[in-house]
Design a binder for this molecule. Sequence first.
Ligand SMILES: Cc1cc2nc3c(=O)[nH]c(=O)nc-3n(C[C@H](O)[C@H](O)[C@H](O)COP(=O)(O)OP(=O)(O)OC[C@H]3O[C@@H](n4cnc5c(N)ncnc54)[C@H](O)[C@@H]3O)c2cc1C
Length: 570
Amino acid sequence: MCLALGASAAIGPGQKCWPSSSEWQQLNATIDGHLYETVPIAAPCYKNSPHYDEVACQAVENYYGDSIPRGTHYGQTYWLNWETCGDAGCALLETDPSELLYGTCTLGRLSSYYVDVGDASHISAALKFAHAHNIRISIKNTGHDFFGRSSVPNTLAIWTHNLDSIAFSSNFTAHNCPLANSQNVGELGAGVIATDAYHFFNSEGMDITGGYEESVGLAGGFAQGGGVGSFTTTHGLMADNAIEFEVVTADGEVHTINQCNEPELFWAMRGGGGGTFAVLTKYRVQVYPSLPIHTYTFTANFTGDTSDATQNVALREILTAHAENQVDWSAQLVTGQIEYFPERIAISLVLPYGDNGSKLRAASAAFAEFLNNRTDLSVSANNYTSYSDYASYLTVTSANAKVTEPSGIFSILASRLIPRTVFEAPETIDELVEGVVQGIATTRSHLNLTGTQIVSETPVSNLDKNQMSSAHPAWRNTLWHVIHVGEWVEPLEAEDQANVAEAFLQILEPLKKLSPGGGAYFNEAHYLEPDWEQTYFGSNYPRLLEAKNKYDPTHMFDCWKCVGWRGEHE
Ligand SMILES: Cc1cc2nc3c(=O)[nH]c(=O)nc-3n(C[C@H](O)[C@H](O)[C@H](O)COP(=O)(O)OP(=O)(O)OC[C@H]3O[C@@H](n4cnc5c(N)ncnc54)[C@H](O)[C@@H]3O)c2cc1C
């Protein structure tokens, strides 16, 4: 007899209780034929795969590292770490897609079956089926997750990527909740990708609080985990701007949730993480009259010896000047990202503001002069540019992202939120700079492709005093989100990968010392953080766990270091 024991005792293919093919067919019939067996994206290129197909392979090779067409396949993740598993996988070499990375094509960490969701009833049916057969569920949108939380082997996957409806209401009436009625509300199906949202809302004269890269799914893990981008400094996190969600809970019921209806679930899904509390189908969010985007771009190579980042005076002095300016920039809502590498810098200051760019010029004038006076830089770009709207600016950021973070490779992150107090004294600024420089040097000693992003897109104008959002409270006094990034294109030996992971964890120690009781943005963090409840969720964890236990008591949804995670060996 197969008992529905909950996800902790779930079973996998080949086991006695795994559903028979006729049971899968019955599920398929109840969901209008939306059930599929998973086929890895590169299967057509593997001669020993039943899906080998030269023409289809050619198409996949052409867009292997291009995240938007890549994301139209269920059988992939953005980062190969999570699509593959040890020496099992079915991937191509991103830098030369005619080369296979594995001997045979296997599912790796991809689920066995997936439901390509067309409407909420498909999700309800999938959840009921999984419950009845005691199999695990996973939820996926784009597969961008840095912890691989959207791709779990031996699961029935719910794929929300094709829920791509999008709408705008200038006068929105919330469901049974007059206090949530609002002007200018956007509605995103769970699968809408960033570029479509920016273009749609800009065509309505509006901005949405999205991110930096065009293929992230805004309503999935991004906004349920916080959601950070160029508008965060001005309008808050995307989760801060949530108005109402449509969701399917673990029991298969469909709900419209907001501040009045199931408020604890609504709060938990405003920053407490995707894949944890319920399956979201629609995200309704405050949008704002569109602003021009003003930027200051400065890119340069260091001309001196760059073999040891810790000895690079220019790197250290620019980082220090950056930190010294931060309090003032954040006060003026100047935002952006500055990337530091052992051999170069790429500065991008951004201000969404309704002027001709003069506010950004004034705010950055002293820093620009400091950069221009340096004799140890070989400058390749140094300009102020204004864009009429965010969609125009996106062409620049997405081209940049394609170079710095292409899909179809392996990656690791290590990050920390740095509080305002650190920027208020020269001594702590020095410690911060030292910690970041040491990280830049250490990461490069382990991998050839590394860089450190300092993101100042923090919600300084939304302190969330009433705790409407469940994003880590540390966000509210954060000025820098420091992210050390490492990438590689071919699988590493297990031991090498473990060494890289450990080194990336260790470089956070000086930053942790500067931010006791603080945290990291779990959508862009190190996946092995030991004290993960505090680091990813802070003081919100107990309340989030209560919501988890109330809405998902049998842990239908369980993901890596998500609220209520049952552990590595479950
Ligand atoms: C290239 C790149 C650029 C990025 N840029 C930014 C940025 O500018 N700002 C920022 O804040 N973050 C950024 N991120 C991080 C991003 O927020 C996370 O990767 C996020 O998890 C992506 O969400 P997704 O739904 O697209 O991905 P997925 O991997 O599909 O899902 C992520 C998580 O959400 C869950 N989930 C997905 N859909 C649903 C649903 N419908 N209901 C319930 N749970 C769901 C999954 O189970 C998983 O746990 C970036 C990531 C990448 C790879």
